[in-house]
Design a protein around this ligand. Structure first.
Ligand code: LRH
Ligand code: MN
Ligand code: MN
Length: 430
């Protein structure tokens, strides 16, 4: 099944069945938006252009520290992971990139992997390094940190690993390195905060030196976990400090789950974009912490507000921020991971489209007049618009499915994957 790739006729048949219902929904919203002064064709083109990278580690069922329940038919190799993302992309034409985690995904033959990805119309997004786990043959341990470690030899090992990841990425055509450090402490007094920061900066400088000129380095922050008292790169301020000290190729990466409860993430996004330092995103959703739940499943309004800032930043002609890299970072225990990813991509597109509908001039006027009521009206008018038919139409025109999950289920994809790969599969990664 997967080796055959998804037959385009299956998508056409699926779309044909849903055509009439879709068409009436689309005409309704298109008319309304046109009446309101929107250019529907322009919006559709923007929706179609938004591509979201799929993390290789989200394709299998993640576990918790208590248990892991295999979902069956999970990809056991990088080739199978590429096939899974290729399948998602064939269904929605919006997931045209894969983000690898090294060494969970070591491409043995980079050339072959690159051309396999090309067959599925996929490119390689940011490559992620991993210094939060000791590898099987590793002599020194990251137990007390990696790039910030008190022992120079451990720092060297972590630096070399990152340089190695860049090399893997170069062979695949990747253009960015994402660095997330678990480095931190569990107890007050355990570490000298200033020394830990300085060592991290020095280590990152060495990695930065190895970064090709057309690459970006994304520095991800996170306030806690796996350590629970302090984290070396705890927040956007620390990430920004490092990125600005490193230079113009270094940027901050915002993972939605990496904030303390109720943090105003949209404001962080606005500030980083204003400074030209927002490099990329890890989309997910959370109720409590770094829950890595389906995008838009818990706080869809927050996601919309974030996209409102992103759109404002991207459409600002004076913007100094490069186009951010869109990636999902999720991991699942309960849902079929592929269905979950289809839902996440859809949620991102919904929030993006709603943000495109915000009347910026009216909003600015309301703000200048300190009219909080009107500002809320404007935002919520956009947010409460059902834009699903627009996204479906953009998909249809791109040759993708009107309703991805329905197609996925009608084709019995998971059953076929289980037949191909077995029931008790373990995906590499989380
Ligand atoms: C850390 C993180 C980071 C890792 C990924 C597996 O919580 O968000 O991005 O690379 O999870
Ligand atoms: Mn992340
Ligand atoms: Mn995370």
């Amino acid at each position: 099944f997967l080796s055959m790739k998804l037959d385009k006729q299956l998508i056409q048949d699926h779309n044909k069945k849903l055509h009439d219902k879709h068409q009436s929904g689309f005409s309704f919203i298109a008319d309304r938006l046109t009446t309101e002064g929107h250019d529907v064709e322009r919006i559709l083109a923007k929706i179609a252009a938004l591509q979201i990278a799929i993390p290789s580690w989200a394709l299998g069922t993640g576990g918790t520290r208590f248990s892991r329940f295999s979902g069956g038919g999970e990809p056991g190799s990088l080739e199978e992971k590429i096939a899974d993302v290729g399948l998602l992309h064939a269904i929605n034409r919006s997931s045209g990139a894969i983000s690898l985690h090294i060494p969970w995904d070591i491409p043995k033959d980079a050339k072959a992997i690159k051309s396999l990805a090309k067959e599925y119309d996929l490119v390689f997004d940011a490559v992620n390094s991993n210094t939060f786990q000791d590898q099987a043959d590793q002599e020194l341990s990251y137990k007390y940190g990696s790039l910030s470690h008190s022992d120079k030899a451990v720092r060297k090992l972590a630096i070399e690993h990152n340089v190695d990841v860049i090399k893997h990425g170069e062979l695949l055509g990747s253009k960015a390195l994402t660095v997330w450090l678990a480095d931190g402490t569990c107890f007050p007094g355990q570490q000298n905060f200033r020394k830990a920061f300085q060592r991290t900066l020095e280590s990152l400088k060495e990695i930065y030196t190895a970064l090709p000129d057309d690459w970006q380095m994304f520095i991800e922050y996170k306030p806690y976990e796996p350590y629970f008292y302090s984290t070396v790169i705890q927040d956007w301020g620390t990430s920004h400090l490092l990125a600005s000290k490193l230079g113009k190729k270094a940027y901050c990466l915002v993972d939605l789950g990496h904030h303390l409860p109720n943090t105003n993430i949209e404001q962080i996004v606005a500030t980083l974009m204003m400074e030209g330092k927002l490099g990329g995103f890890h989309f997910n959703d959370s109720k409590y912490g770094d829950d890595d739940l389906t995008v838009g499943s818990i706080k869809p309004y927050q996601l919309f507000l974030i996209f409102n800032e992103l759109v404002y930043g991207m459409e600002d002609p004076a913007s100094i921020n490069p186009p951010p890299a869109w990636m999902i970072d999720a991991s699942h225990n309960v849902k079929d991971p592929l269905e979950d990813l289809l839902q996440s991509v859809e949620a991102i597109k919904l929030a993006y489209t709603q943000a495109l509908l915000v009347n910026k001039e009216e909003l600015e006027a309301a703000r200048e007049n300190n009219d909080a009521t009107q500002a809320q009206e404007i935002l919520q008018h956009a947010y409460r618009t059902d834009v699903r038919p627009l996204i479906a139409e953009a998909r249809r025109r791109a040759g993708a499915a009107l309703h991805p999950i329905t197609l996925f289920r009608n084709l019995n994809v998971r059953k076929q994957l289980i037949q191909e790969r077995g029931l008790k599969t373990v995906s590499t990664g989380l």
